[in-house]
Design a protein around this ligand. Structure first.
Ligand SMILES: [Zn+2]
Length: 374
């Protein structure tokens, strides 16, 4: 899993929060189709618990309104100190509102009236929060026209993904998730938006900016509902705490050349028990190491390249092609080594599929090579 580095980029973060909130507020003035006396905002206020009884104690109605306005903004774009609050933010709301799961319909058994009403309330909450309109903007709607006129911009899931500029799925790091430009000028989004906390249980998080994870189809559909204790991509990633590692299925260290079928991919974990458990849970949920294990072509390619262009041969090749000629301090330049190992050149921080896997395995081989030389 790799991090979505939005909280580190204050300019982009504030821009996205502002436009998302402006869009939401404009939409929230719309009257509910199921009750013409209420706007979406009124409906939300009447149907979620935005503060504890102690917090509301002694407040006048207008003070309550102010508190609700602040809390609603939090629910859409997060508190001002989002960097500090992170996941705690979600948990506070979960304590207040809990799970809001719909009553399942069983064949031949009718739901009680209050169960029907509860299900309806959840459906209405989702409409009031507006995720569907965010996913597929309704150009003909009056409120959207007004929003566009007032703020001179469009806003949708597609634009969010474009601005976020995440090229690969943060969960699996295997699939590209960018926007592809089609021949007719339209764009195709290769990602789906996963709700980190699923909207089927937490409808009040359905339009929260930091609950949106642009992910690949497989990760979005394979993700389970219980997300407590897995890595949250806006806060964390595997990084140095979980490194891909290849080993022989029957144990022992790999010596090259070897048959890919004898090799197994695993995650080597570091850190406290708490951290390790979190990573294991995430690995299990997205089947990460199991799926990586099936990337035989890439594993084979990496093993062969490393074997054929190992340290000494790469130096000979560098001299042969006279890329500047001299091998300095016994090392060839990184770019030349990347060419030999099949690593994309000059990508900087940009992500591409399997990047972490390739870098981790090369590091593993380098360390083994160093050990052998001792
Ligand atoms: Zn994925």
């Amino acid at each position: 899993m790799i991090k979505i580095k939005l909280l580190e980029n204050d300019t982009l973060r504030k821009d996205l929060e502002k436009i998302h909130w402006d869009w939401f507020s404009e939409r929230a003035k719309t009257t509910c189709s199921w009750d013409k006396s209420l706007t979406y905002k009124d409906f939300i206020k009447n149907n979620i618990i935005y503060a504890t009884a102690t917090e509301l104690n002694g407040l006048t109605n207008s003070q309550k309104d102010d508190l609700f306005d602040r809390r609603l903004q939090e629910l859409i774009v997060g508190p001002d100190d989002i960097k500090q609050k992170g996941l705690n933010f979600f948990y506070r709301w979960i304590i207040l509102n809990g799970k809001m799961q719909k009553y399942p319909k069983q064949k031949g058994v009718a739901l009680l009236q209050d169960q029907e009403d509860y299900n309806k309330k959840i459906d209405h909450l989702k409409i009031a929060f507006g995720y569907d309109d965010f996913c597929t903007p309704k150009e003909s709607r009056g409120w959207y026209k007004e929003f566009k006129q007032k703020y001179k911009c469009d806003w949708s899931a597609e634009i969010f993904c474009d601005k976020l500029n995440i090229d690969v799925c943060p969960y699996c790091n295997r699939e590209y998730t960018f926007l592809a430009e089609l021949f007719n000028g339209l764009r195709k989004r290769l990602s789906e938006i996963d709700h980190f906390f699923p909207q089927s249980i937490y409808p009040y998080f359905s339009c929260y900016l930091y609950n949106f994870i642009p992910s690949c189809l497989l990760c979005n559909h394979g993700k389970k509902e219980k997300v407590k204790g897995i890595v949250y991509p806006y806060e964390n990633e595997f990084g140095n705490r979980a490194k891909f590692n290849v080993k022989l299925k029957n144990g022992g260290t790999i010596s090259l050349p070897c048959d890919t079928n004898d090799v197994q991919v695993q995650l080597k974990l570091k850190g406290s028990r708490f951290v390790r458990r979190k990573i294991q849970k995430s690995d299990k949920m997205f089947c990460i190491s199991a799926i990586y294990n099936e990337h035989k072509t890439e594993i084979n390619d990496l093993l062969r390249r490393y074997y054929h262009y190992g340290a000494n041969k790469s130096k000979d090749l560098y001299r042969l092609f006279n890329f500047g000629g001299i091998v300095q301090n016994g090392e060839i330049p990184k770019y030349f080594r990347d060419i030999l190992l099949g690593i994309p050149l000059d990508v900087g921080e940009k992500q591409y599929p399997l990047r972490k896997f390739k870098e981790d395995v090369i590091e593993q081989f380098d360390e083994t090579y160093k050990e052998m030389k001792k």
